[in-house]
Write a protein that binds this ligand. Structure first.
Ligand code: HH2
Length: 271
């Protein structure tokens, strides 16, 4: 899953793709590099981010979704039902909600009615407050219980269980230790029986571990993604697609003893 942030303030690429043409070009490039899904978002969720109004979010994302429909599967990264509805009308077929249907009471029903896939993510608090001293009894058990409850809620609102994917929300109300423990014990989240989405890309704990600036974290991101693959994650949300494809191709071939795997470059590489 390649990230297309149509925002002025995203933590790693804010402002680079605020213009619709630049965002579409970027999405096309990510698809050519091997992204099967393009996750289009018009509201940053970085720690401390200000909420974006519905009209502004619609203005940012709808032209980009329209431009990318048909290039790859398009996911809309939003918590607002009106934005998700417009994006689905424009060609998206996946709803990625970092609030796990807590942000807008209409969103679960919309996803159920439209019969599309969705991702429900764990977050402690809101983007404004989430990094202020996050605490858990046991981070993995707490996140797992939350995701199980949100899955039940979604199903109760008419979303087919097989349409739901779950995400532990790396970096959303978590310390470095919480993130590392979630990665180490990701198999416990996978045990819920739904595909797990894993979003570690360029996140600040990788900078704390490596000392790398935000644009220099592709290798650190790949390392975490390989561990997540080994523990059963299915979808890897990243900014740096080529590095991720290479790392996951080698890891998947090693784990499954099957290759060529899905890398777009395996057909053109001879050595
Ligand atoms: N992380 C971000 C945004 N959306 N969605 C899911 N399912 N999982 C994630 O880990 C996740 C997400 C944050 O990354 P980014 O979009 O690059 O930053 P920003 O929120 O500042 O736009």
């Amino acid at each position: 899953m390649g990230v297309v942030n149509v925002t002025p303030d995203s933590f790693s690429d804010g402002g680079r793709y605020l213009d619709a043409r630049a965002a579409i070009d970027h999405g096309e490039q990510l698809a050519a590099e091997g992204a099967a899904i393009l996750d289009v978002g018009g509201e940053s969720t970085r720690p401390g981010a200000d909420p974006v109004g519905e009209d502004e979010e619609l203005r940012r994302v709808v032209p980009v979704v329209e431009g990318l429909a048909g290039v790859a599967r398009v996911s809309i990264d939003t918590s607002k039902a009106a934005v998700a509805a417009a994006a689905l009308d424009a060609g998206a077929d996946y709803v990625n909600d970092v609030t796990a249907f807590r942000g807008d009471p209409e969103l679960a029903g919309l996803v159920g009615d439209r019969g599309v896939d969705c991702c429900l993510m764990h977050m402690l608090g809101t983007p404004r407050t989430m990094q202020e001293n996050p605490r858990y009894d046991d981070v993995v058990s707490d996140v797992k219980a939350f995701l199980e409850a949100r899955l039940a809620y979604a199903v109760g609102e008419g979303v087919a269980e097989e349409r739901v994917m779950l995400d532990p929300g790396i970096g959303f109300g978590k310390t470095v230790e919480h993130n590392l423990e979630l990665i180490r014990r990701l198999d416990e989240i996978v045990a819920l029986g739904r595909p797990v989405v894993f979003g570690v890309s360029r996140k600040s704990f990788l900078g704390k571990l490596t000392g790398r600036a935000v644009g220099e974290r592709a290798v650190a991101t790949a390392a975490a993604n390989v561990l997540a693959l080994e523990r059963g994650a299915s979808i890897f949300r990243v900014h740096d697609v080529p590095e991720t494809v290479d790392a996951l191709t080698v890891a998947a071939a090693t784990l499954t003893d099957r290759w060529p795997a899905t890398s777009p470059r395996t057909t053109t590489t001879t050595t």
